[in-house]
Unconditional design. Structure first.
Lengths: 113, 112
């Protein structure tokens, strides 16, 4: 069983469109994260949710909106996609906040044309 | 300037050899430091997590060290294998504000 899963794995779309990436974890963890990895392979945290509550919200355009329907899911919705949004997006989870191991999903490669 | 600097940027070694990767940081106040391994096209996998009071931590052939006074960490890989070819990322977290700072990574290639 996959611990942290993301769908889709690849997403190609045009500028201006709205898209969503879904993430699910079956580890029973309380905390979930979204990361962005740019073309230079630099990882950066975007959001973190603990028990469906937002705890980290880095400087991210408000076109990005995370949604956590329950603590096993953290979806990422992106409005009005721009070329610069092209990147690999990783979802991760950890037992709870703090010094706990994070488990990453396989990533979603988003390409905006 | 990034608050987490890794060196070298890339490294090529022969199978069976040892190597050491470096991570220097300025993140303060320090909470913890993590090393991740990221294979091409996959998500990062945690290798070690160290807090202020820990000087060294091992995970199989991987040994991480931490000097909180000099704000330096190293990841030592013993008897390298072809499967060690990956990017190794250092992440330092600050205390109290959930801030996580990522290094740019070291790209390791192990050749037969």
């Amino acid at each position: 069983d996959t611990a942290v899963s993301q769908t889709p794995k690849y997403l190609v779309t045009q500028m201006g469109n709205d898209k969503s990436i879904k993430c699910e974890q079956n580890l029973g963890h309380d905390t979930m994260y979204w990361y962005k990895q740019d073309s230079k392979k630099f990882l950066k945290i975007m959001f973190s949710y603990n028990n469906k509550e937002l705890i980290i919200n880095e400087t991210v355009p408000n076109r990005f909106s995370p949604k956590s329907p329950d603590k096993a899911h953290l979806n990422l919705h992106i409005n009005s996609l721009e070329l610069g949004d092209s990147a690999v997006y990783f979802c991760a989870s950890s037992q709870t906040q703090g010094v706990y191991e994070q488990y990453f999903g396989p990533g979603t490669r988003l390409t905006v044309t | 300037k990034n608050q987490v600097e890794q060196s070298p940027q890339s490294l090529i070694i022969l199978e069976g050899k040892n190597c050491t990767l470096q991570c220097n940081y300025t993140v303060s106040p320090f909470s913890n430091l993590r090393w991740y391994k990221q294979d091409t096209g996959r998500g990062p996998v945690s290798l070690t997590i160290m807090t202020f009071s820990e000087n060294t931590k091992s995970n199989g052939r991987y040994t991480a060290t931490l000097d909180a006074d000099t704000k330096q960490s190293s990841l030592h890989i013993t008897a390298s294998q072809l499967s060690d070819s990956a990017s190794y990322i250092c992440v330092v977290s600050a205390w109290g504000n959930n801030d996580m700072r990522f290094g740019a990574g070291t790209r390791l290639t192990v050749k037969p």
